[in-house]
Design a protein around this ligand. Structure first.
Ligand SMILES: NC(=O)c1ccc[n+]([C@@H]2O[C@H](COP(=O)([O-])OP(=O)(O)OC[C@H]3O[C@@H](n4cnc5c(N)ncnc54)[C@H](O)[C@@H]3O)[C@@H](O)[C@H]2O)c1
Length: 338
C-alpha cells in the first residue's frame, strides 16, 4: 500500500485513477487548481469509494505550495496528470502551454526533489508519435510532434527521463495514452467538456442527446476496411487501472520506462457509430465530410510492453466504452431513459 499524490486528480483521468488506487488500498492525495474540473469531484469520489481524499487547491507552477503539500502529506510517489491538453488552444496560445505544462512540471519536480520524492508516473500521449508510418505503434517509433501541445508532452517526458538518467529520480514511467473514452459505470464521475467537444465520443453523445444535429465524419476514402479513419480507443477505467499497476511496478523497480497504453485494436469511425447505436438504442445521424489535413488513415498502439512490465491489459471493449459514455452524458443532459 502506497501514499500517492495525484496532480490534476480532480480531472477526467485523475479522478478515475483515484478510484482505481483506492480500490487497491492506496492512500490518495489530490492536488488540483480546478481550472478544468468541477469542485464537487472530491464529494463524488467520497460517494463512490467511501473515502475522503485530502484535496490541496494549488497550481503546480507554485513550487512553495507543492512543497508544502508534499511536506504535509509525505507520499511514496506522484502521478502527474495536471496539464492543459487542447491542441487548438496550444496553437493559439503557445506561451500558456509552455508555462502550464513545462514550467509547471519543472516546478513540481523541484518540489519533489526538495521532499526527496523520487518516483513519478507521467501522463504522456500517443500524440508524440505524430503521424506514424505504420500501426501498431511501438515505443521505439520516432517521435514527430505536430502541435505545441504534443511538443510540451515530449519535453515533459524528456525532463523526467533526464532526471531518472542522472539519478535524481529513482523510478519513472512515461505513459503514452491513445484516446481515452467512457466514464465510471456508476456515472458518478466522467468527462465534463465545455463548449464544442474536440473528441469523437463526447461529440457523438451530444448528437445522441439532440444537443448537436449530426456528426461530421471526416473522410470515407481512406485505405481502411470501411474507408473511415481507424483509431485506438481506451476505456478510462482501464486507463486508470493501468496507472495503479504502473505505480506498483515503480514501487518495486528502480527503472525509467516509456510505455504505450491502448487496446491495440483499431476501431473505425463507423465501427464506433454502429457500436454506439447498438448499445444505446440511440441514433447518431452523420454526414461524410472531406478529409481533414493532418489526419492519418489508421492509428493504433501496441500495448505489449504494458502487459509485460505492469501485467496490464485492457479489459473493456468498444460496447463498454459506448454504454458508459452514454450513461454519463445522458445523465448530464438530464435524459431519464437510461
Ligand atoms: N484526455 C485525453 O484525451 C488525453 C490523452 C492523452 C494524454 N492526456 C493527458 O492526461 C492528463 C490528464 O488529462 P485529462 O483528460 O484528465 O484532463 P483534465 O483537464 O480533465 O484533467 C487535468 C486536471 O489538471 C488540472 N490542472 C491543469 N493545470 C493545472 C495546474 N497548473 N496546476 C494544478 N492543476 C492543474 C485541471 O484542473 C484538471 O483537473 C493530461 O496531462 C493530458 O495531457 C489526456
Amino acid at each position: 500500500m502506497a501514499n500517492v499524490l495525484l496532480t490534476g486528480g480532480a480531472g477526467y483521468i485523475g479522478s478515475h485513477t483515484a478510484v482505481a488506487l483506492a480500490e487497491r488500498g492506496h492512500q490518495v492525495v489530490i492536488l488540483d487548481n480546478f481550472r478544468n474540473s468541477q469542485r464537487d469531484v472530491p464529494d463524488r469520489l467520497l460517494r463512490l469509494t467511501g473515502k475522503s481524499f485530502p484535496v490541496i487547491e494549488a497550481d503546480i507552477r507554485d513550487t512553495a505550495a507543492c512543497s508544502a503539500a508534499l511536506a504535509a502529506h509525505p507520499v511514496d510517489a506522484v502521478i502527474h496528470f495536471a496539464a492543459l491538453k487542447a491542441v487548438g488552444e496550444s496553437e493559439a496560445d503557445p506561451l500558456l502551454y509552455y508555462d502550464m505544462n513545462i514550467i509547471g512540471t519543472i516546478r513540481l519536480l523541484e518540489a519533489m526533489q526538495a521532499q526527496n520524492i523520487r518516483r513519478i508516473v507521467f501522463s504522456s500521449s500517443a500524440t508524440v508519435y505524430g503521424q506514424p508510418d505504420t500501426s501498431p505503434i511501438l515505443e521505439n517509433f520516432p517521435t514527430r510532434v505536430q502541435s505545441i501541445y504534443g511538443r510540451t508532452k515530449l519535453v515533459m517526458e524528456n525532463l523526467i527521463t533526464d532526471l531518472a538518467r542522472t539519478g535524481k529520480l529513482l523510478a519513472a514511467a512515461n505513459l503514452r495514452y491513445v484516446n481515452p473514452v467512457g466514464a465510471h459505470p456508476s456515472a458518478v464521475i466522467g468527462e465534463t467538456p465545455t463548449g464544442v467537444p474536440n473528441n469523437l465520443m463526447p461529440f457523438m453523445c451530444q448528437v445522441a442527446t439532440g444537443q448537436r444535429e449530426f456528426l461530421s465524419v471526416f473522410g470515407n476514402d481512406y485505405n481502411t476496411p470501411d474507408g473511415t479513419g481507424v483509431r485506438d480507443y481506451i476505456h478510462v477505467v482501464d486507463l486508470a487501472n493501468a496507472h495503479a499497476l504502473a505505480l506498483e511496478y515503480l514501487l518495486a523497480n528502480d527503472v525509467a520506462v516509456t510505455v504505450n497504453l491502448g487496446t491495440g485494436i483499431g476501431i473505425s469511425v463507423l465501427d464506433l457509430v454502429n457500436a454506439f447505436e447498438k448499445t444505446t438504442g440511440r441514433a447518431v445521424p452523420y454526414k461524410i465530410m472531406p478529409r481533414r489535413p493532418g489526419d492519418v488513415a489508421s492509428y493504433f498502439a501496441n500495448p505489449g510492453a504494458a502487459e509485460k512490465l505492469f501485467g496490464w491489459k485492457a479489459a473493456l471493449n468498444v460496447d463498454d466504452m459506448c454504454r458508459d459514455s452514454w450513461t454519463w452524458e445522458a445523465k448530464r443532459a438530464g435524459i431519464n431513459d437510461v
